[in-house]
Every structure is written in C-alpha cells, then in structure tokens.
Design a protein around this ligand. Structure first.
Ligand code: AKG
Ligand code: FE2
Length: 258
C-alpha cells in the first residue's frame, strides 16, 4: 500500500506535459487525466483536483496503456489493483449473500482513479471533490496521511481520519437501489487545504452497462414497495451525471412515484 501511494504521488509530481504523454497510449482512451474544473467561468465552485483514470480489468489487456512514468508504475500498481480487486469481490460476496443476488456476475468496469489535490492558497473558495455518492457498487479507497475526506452524517460533515494501512470502503448508489434503501450510499466529499498536497486512490467496482439496477426481489414486499425505478446501469449513469451537483434532484430522478 505504501509503495502504491508513493508511485501515485510520483505520477502526479510529473509535469502536465509528461502526464499528458503518459496517458495517451490508448487511442480508445481507457487511460486519461480528468482535470479539475470543467467550466471555470460558470461553475458554482471550483474543483481543485486532477485525477488519473484507467481501467484495471482484464489486467493483461489494459496494463499496456498505463503510464510508464514513474518507471515502477506498472510493476507496483498492477499487483496492487489485483489485490484490491480480490478484496472488493470478497466484500461484494457478503453483500450478495445478504441481498440474495449474485453481484459478482453483474460487474463490468473496474477502474482506478488516482486523485491529486494540490494545496490551495484559499481553501474556502474551492472544493477538492463536491458532495456525492459513488456511482459504483463499491469503492476501495486508499488515502494518504493528509486529512481531506469527509462523510455526511446526521446533517453534518464528519472527518474520515486517514488510518495507516487501512482502506475506506464506500458503498455506492447501485447497492442503495438494489437493497431498496436498506443500505445507504455514503455521501462524501474531499476538501482542500492550504499547505500540503493530498493524494488518494479509488478502486471502483461497477455494474456492467446493461445490468438492470433495481430493487432486489428479496428487498421488496407488500409493506416495502420498490422505492426505485428499474434502469439499465448506463441510463442510471446518464441521470447521475446530469444531476451530479444536486443530490436531491438525483434521488427524485431515480425514485418511483409511490
Ligand atoms: O479523495 C478522497 O478521499 C475521495 C475520493 C472520492 O470520493 C472518489 O474518487 O469518488
Ligand atoms: Fe467518491
């Protein structure tokens, strides 16, 4: 874990030009940089984050498109993602047993997102990453020792302290829907600070595009009607992206009218 975190930091210490070169190896763009701000002039607040995004499965196929700088990137991050993937599938297996549905068979994309939040001269004007529930089944998150992750609980923000050698496991929206609201997606955000850069790495295990995301039969009965519509995951994602900055509007767009 420590080695992976060092390599993630080294990648983000490269110049912008080098990062662009290192993320342009796949014409199909399975590896790319997601920049901080999408529309600086009109957005409500600025996002102070750069993210390296790449596919992780099947590893033998996608690793050829990963960065080759720092030189150890593939050697360290390959085994890291393989282990985190195993952990993620074990956790999904527990949820599968509880929900009476095989989640492992519904998995599609497995992505790594390496977030870099540079120090910000005035953190009150920016957000690292705004309030959201992850769109994946789960996210196995590795944070560096710099504080920044917060979770929304009882109408307030609670700091998730970085713990050495520990992952944060975030439950995402699809599991909230499949469990018909019994499991709650964790609403979280990342804030910036004025003097030290922060790095984190999210390993997302997501449903495949065609998977129907809907309340599982085991979660619905006469006294617990389906709270959510049935949607192919790709349509869920369209609604998710269209309502990213408005969690209430998103919840309404996903709900049935009962
Ligand atoms: O940087 C963090 O701790 C959170 C990252 C996150 O929420 C995400 O990648 O979805
Ligand atoms: Fe997240």
């Amino acid at each position: 874990m420590d080695e992976a975190m060092s390599v993630f930091k080294e990648f983000h210490a490269l110049s912008g030009e080098d990062k662009a070169i290192e993320t342009s190896k796949d014409p199909n763009k399975s590896c790319y940089i997601y920049p901080s701000s999408e529309n600086y002039a009109t957005e409500k607040f600025h996002l102070w984050r750069d993210a390296l995004v790449h596919n992780c499965n099947p590893l033998e196929e996608c690793i050829q498109f990963w960065p080759e700088q720092p030189p150890r990137y593939r050697e360290v991050v390959g085994p890291y993602t393989a282990e985190v993937r195993k952990l993620g599938f074990r956790i999904l297996e527990f949820f599968s047993q509880g929900l009476g549905i095989s989640l492992g068979g519904l998995v599609g994309n497995q992505n790594l997102v390496v977030n870099h939040y540079p120090p910000c001269p005035d953190p009150s004007l920016t957000m690292g990453l705004g309030k959201h529930i992850d769109p994946a089944f789960i996210n196995i998150l590795l944070q560096s020792d710099v504080y920044g992750l917060q979770v929304f609980k009882d109408e307030g923000w609670v700091v998730v302290e970085p713990i050495p050698n520990a992952f944060v496991v975030n439950l995402g929206y699809p599991l909230q829907i499949i469990s018909n609201g019994k499991l709650k997606g964790a609403e979280h955000r990342a804030v910036t600070n004025s003097n030290i850069a922060r790095t984190s790495a999210s390993f997302f295990i997501s449903p495949s595009h065609e998977t129907l995301i809907e309340p599982a039969k085991s979660s619905v009965d006469a006294s617990h009607p389906a709270l959510y519509k049935s949607l192919p995951y790709k349509d869920f994602i369209s609604k998710y992206l269209a309502n990213f900055s408005d969690s209430k509007a998103l919840e309404e767009a996903l709900r049935t009218t009962v």
